[in-house]
Design a protein around this ligand. Structure first.
Ligand code: GLP
Length: 266
């Protein structure tokens, strides 16, 4: 696992955006795994800027989102369908039929999950999986105690996640109890995982995922076993890392060719 510690949330978003833009420029027909949440807002803003100002081309790209709330249709303002449209898809030249988000209104959950996984396989698998981190160490919506071999399925959110995600919903509307999410095993099948996190409330989960034992109580810790995982965090999120100085040293002394492989030329 490569850990890159940057000075601010903005720097994290910029680097996340640059890594994605480099992947798209290098391989326009890439299959991206996409995430939602506050962390990704700046990343998608960066990609929209690259499209508008530099002509970054999304026309051959395929995307698969990690998760969706059960019971929210695509037009619900708090659905991840709406989030993706507002933050990214409405502003770039991606073909809508190439974008995939779990259907929170599907009538047969097991069949839908099976078909979603089959669509990822048919597209050739995920080249680059973007990930946020839950305060409790979840990735996608794989809450603590999720099997580290889990596949796409319905999950029940923990009270903590429902409390944190309350901010995505207007007053009077409660956070849904159930979600559809790609499983931990699906995430581990991506060729490259890119996890972004910033802010002090992520610091305990970051420390546990990077330096703790691999444990279903922190599903993100399984990324220690991924052959190509990049973690980009800010100083606040990295505050509890014992090896923070080492991670900074490694990044400062990274050979230029290796940096270019990750995020292209500056
Ligand atoms: C949410 C989502 C994740 C997201 C994470 C962090 O609950 N299921 O996809 O990455 O938790 O959210 P945020 O970026 O808002 O902190």
């Amino acid at each position: 696992m490569e850990v890159i510690i940057l000075s601010s949330p903005e720097a994290v978003s910029q680097m996340g955006g640059r890594i994605l833009a480099h992947q798209i420029a290098r391989c326009p027909a890439s299959v991206l795994g996409l995430a939602t949440g506050q962390t990704m807002v700046g990343v998608y803003r960066y990609l929209v800027e690259q499209h508008c100002q530099r002509g970054l081309d999304f026309s051959a790209l395929h995307s698969f989102n990690l998760d969706e709330y059960v019971g929210l249709g695509p037009s619900h303002p708090c659905s991840y369908h709406s989030y993706m449209a507002q933050q990214l898809f409405n502003h770039i030249n991606i073909e809508r039929e190439n974008t995939h988000i779990p259907d929170g209104l599907c009538s047969d959950v097991m069949a839908h999950c099976r078909e979603y996984e089959q669509a990822i396989t048919a597209a050739g698998g995920i080249d680059l999986q973007l990930l946020g981190l839950g305060d409790d160490g979840h990735i996608g919506f794989n809450e603590p105690s999720s099997s580290l071999s889990s596949r796409m399925r319905i999950k029940t959110l923990t009270p903590m996640t429902r409390r944190v995600n309350r901010r995505e919903f207007p007053p009077g509307e409660s956070t849904p109890l159930h979600v559809l999410t790609l499983g931990v095993a699906n995430i581990m099948e991506a060729r490259h995982c890119l996890l972004l996190a910033f802010g002090a409330n992520k610091a305990p989960a970051v420390q546990t995922m990077v330096e703790g034992p691999i444990n279903a109580m922190c599903p993100a810790s399984v990324l220690q076993q991924h052959p190509h995982c990049t973690l980009v965090i800010d100083e606040a999120a990295g505050a509890f890392l014992q090896l923070a100085d080492y991670f900074r040293f490694v990044y400062e002394h990274k050979p230029a060719w290796q940096r270019a492989l990750l995020e292209g030329s500056p």
